[in-house]
Design a protein around this ligand. Structure first.
Ligand code: ASP
Length: 311
């Protein structure tokens, strides 16, 4: 039980260029990342599980209006909020995922309940809402999820056919999908991811975030991964599982596997974004091929980092 333990989180990757954000906004982001990091890390420190740590960290990020998940999720083409989330336990390979849900304050907790309290892995839309109601989840009003900047982003493109990453646009409008990966004192790893998806999405569009293997994956044989970026490409690249495969079948280290996928394979098919990953020794990798990624990590060896831009 004397192993290194570690937690890493992200709040989305995108066009995050130094100087575009006010120092005040920057400080707000760092404080929100720090708050989520400490919430998850405290659980690991108290001998809690990686699953509990990633859920707690993601809940804290969902509760912040700064990120595109839970409160502050982007607007769909119909002016609603449709959220996706997933969670996976690297020890048992148990997983839960949910998609196209509305009014749920913490989608990551519903994903975990699907894993633990249903016989299924993935529930979507109305059925997922009925499952939530059967567990007495309260349904928040649309006002709870409203954010003025997100509304403005939607207004700018709502009459067009385009949809976009909420944090990959000009100006000071960069927010993102959130995620966490952790390695606990027992050397078990877990990953969780939560998102409002892409601004102006329609037709029940689902991205990579709730898809096990694409936006989220954990396996004690290899690594735990949470992704952010252009979901359509992350689905086609089966990105999170690809990192795991490179480690398992090719013997690459966590850092090499994560970098190969983000800086080569995803780019080769035209995708952009990043990921956070941890292995069972508490090593961390956080590659991204965009200008920046909201990210942070903390380990039991005293390493701590909270960053936004490329360095
Ligand atoms: N990957 C997410 C999606 O496509 C978007 C993001 O990372 O912000 O839904």
């Amino acid at each position: 039980m004397n192993k290194k333990y570690a937690l890493a989180i992200h709040g989305g990757a995108g066009t995050l260029v130094k100087g575009l954000m006010t120092p005040k906004k920057e400080a707000q982001y760092k404080a929100a990342l720090n708050n989520a990091l400490e919430k998850g890390y405290a659980i690991l420190e108290n001998k809690g599980s990686a699953m509990d740590a990633v859920e707690a960290a993601v809940k804290a990020l969902e509760d912040s209006p700064l990120f595109n998940a839970g409160k502050g999720s982007v607007f769909t083409n119909e002016g609603t909020h449709e959220m996706d989330a997933s969670i996976m336990d690297g020890k048992t390979l148990a997983a839960g995922a949910v998609s196209l849900i509305t009014g749920i304050k913490n989608p990551v907790s519903l994903a975990r309940d699907i894993m633990e309290k249903s016989d299924h892995v993935f529930l979507a839309g109305e059925g997922a809402m009925r499952f939530a109601k059967s567990l007495d989840y309260s349904i928040e009003s649309p006002e709870y999820f409203y954010d003025a900047l997100r509304y403005q982003q939607w207004q700018e493109i709502k009459d067009s056919d385009s949809f976009q990453l909420d944090h990959s646009v000009k100006k000071d409008s960069k927010f993102g999908t959130v995620g966490a990966v952790a390695c606990d004192k027992n050397g078990t790893i877990a990953a969780a991811t939560s998102t409002g998806g892409m601004t102006n999405k329609r037709w029940g569009r689902v991205g990579d975030s709730p898809m096990i293997g694409a936006g989220n994956y954990a396996n004690n044989k290899t690594c735990a991964v949470s992704c952010t970026g252009s979901g359509e490409f992350f689905i086609r690249g089966v990105v999170a599982y690809d990192v795991s495969c490179l480690m398992e079948y090719k013997g690459l280290s966590l850092k090499k596997a994560a970098s190969e996928v983000i800086n080569k394979r995803v780019l080769d098919i035209g995708g952009d974004g990043g990921l956070i990953a941890v292995d069972t020794n508490g090593n961390i990798a956080m590659p991204f091929n965009t200008e920046g990624m909201y990210r942070a990590y903390k380990t039991s060896e005293g390493e701590i980092e909270v960053k936004i831009y490329k360095e």
